[in-house]
Design a protein around this ligand. Structure first.
Ligand code: ZN
Length: 396
């Protein structure tokens, strides 16, 4: 069954209900609830939202242990990003298909494969009849891609654990740290006039080139010295402009350009510090060009505000997962931080040691012909089942 659960569509709720029903019929103890989006989004530490949602559902399923061991949370997001240019796909993005050992389709890699792996890990525990001491909790969340609504709501509801694994696509490496990402909107002002007299106007598009140059410099400065756990990336904290809109008529000099993008936040850097750094860099433009002194670039922070987050690489929960996967696969997984924000920072911020470990290459995520290898899903499920046994302990 295929559910095109793009963020902000009704299918986002449909896929949550589908999992709640499936986990319930597996005999797990399921709780499902409606999120009060208005109340949650009014809270001061709400992580942001970039699409309109009329509703969202939380889903948690518990495999109860005997009550005297630690709780393991396995958490997956079920929202996916839009498919982008359909012409770049070799088929319908929302009709998943097999090609050799691959499954191709939007959301396969990010992260329905991982969600399936954690589910099947629990199924393996159920079928083996292993009685654990601690609980294993499966959580399915919405709204991860545009801020973290679902995990925020889960934590606000009081769901907690002694460790959490998020099977996001890490190619079965361990990712205990995430850089942050802050979504911004810029307004660059110009002065409109008829294009035939363009010298008498000021083009917002031309002013934007100076803005871009300044942002490139800022990006270089912010990536000059990085935490060792991020060293494998040439650009751990990218600053990228994703949309640009300017002008409303071909023969008018445009008086407004609106650009949106994301600012990378360094590990351990407070989000407020990153925002101030960005705003100060743009304020410097007024020293180069008097236009900007009179018409400063306006900065708005909106949508996803992902602070960075980390669990220390030597945390016992991370070390145990590394050993379990190494024993089963014959190779110790690499361990490093990722340049993107995820729900990890909300969980780690709530004091739950959290690591990402899942099937799929993150380069395939959000791309056309997104894919995941079935063997990696199986390998992940096997490791998660064995990890749950070791982490939660076996009851006698
Ligand atoms: Zn994801």
């Amino acid at each position: 069954m295929a559910v095109p659960s793009m963020g902000g569509t009704d299918a986002e709720v449909e896929v949550q209900d589908l999992l709640a029903a499936a986990w319930g019929s597996d005999g797990l103890d399921v709780t499902s609830w409606d999120l009060d989006i208005a109340a949650l989004s009014a809270e001061p530490d709400f992580p942001g939202m970039e699409v309109h949602r009329s509703g969202a559902r939380g889903v948690v399923a518990r495999l109860p242990g005997s009550g005297d061991g630690p709780t393991l949370l396995l958490l997956g997001h079920t929202d996916v990003v839009p498919p982008g240019d359909l012409a770049a796909w070799s088929g319908d993005p929302f009709q998943p298909r097999r090609s050799g050992s691959r499954i191709i389709g939007r959301g396969t890699c990010d992260m329905k494969a991982g969600t399936a792996a954690m589910w099947y890990a629990v199924r393996a525990l159920q079928r083996s009849g292993t009685r654990l001491r601690g609980d294993v909790v499966l959580a399915a969340v919405s709204g991860e891609e545009d801020g973290g609504l679902g995990t925020y709501a889960l934590l606000r509801r009081g769901v907690t654990a002694d460790a959490c694994v998020i099977p996001e696509p890490t190619d079965l490496d361990l990712v205990p740290a995430n850089g942050g990402a802050l979504t911004f909107r810029l307004r660059v002002r110009g002065r409109a006039t008829h294009a035939s007299r363009r010298n008498e106007g000021v083009s917002a598009i031309e002013k934007f080139s100076a803005v871009q140059e300044r942002l490139r410099q800022l990006e270089r400065d912010r990536n000059a010295e990085v935490d060792p756990v991020m060293e494998r990336w040439d650009m751990p904290y990218p600053l990228s402009v994703g949309t640009v809109h300017a002008g409303d008529w071909a023969s008018t000099v445009p008086d407004l350009l609106v650009a949106e993008g994301r600012l990378g936040v360094a590990l351990d850097e407070p989000a407020d510090h990153a925002r101030a750094d960005f705003e100060e860099a743009l304020a410097l433009l007024s020293l180069e060009d008097p236009w900007f002194a009179d018409h400063p670039v306006e900065v708005e922070w909106w949508g996803g505000q992902f602070a960075p987050g980390r669990t220390p690489s030597d945390d016992p929960a991370v070390a145990l997962l590394s050993r379990v996967h190494g024993d089963l696969s014959g190779q110790r997984p690499a361990c490093y931080g990722a340049p993107y924000g995820s729900d990890l920072r909300l969980l780690a911020g709530a004091g739950i040691p959290t690591v990402q470990f899942g099937p799929g290459d993150s380069r395939a995520a959000h791309a056309p012909d997104e894919w995941v290898d079935v063997d990696d899903i199986v390998s992940c499920a096997r490791t998660l089942a064995a990890y749950a046994v070791e982490f939660c302990g076996v009851s006698d």
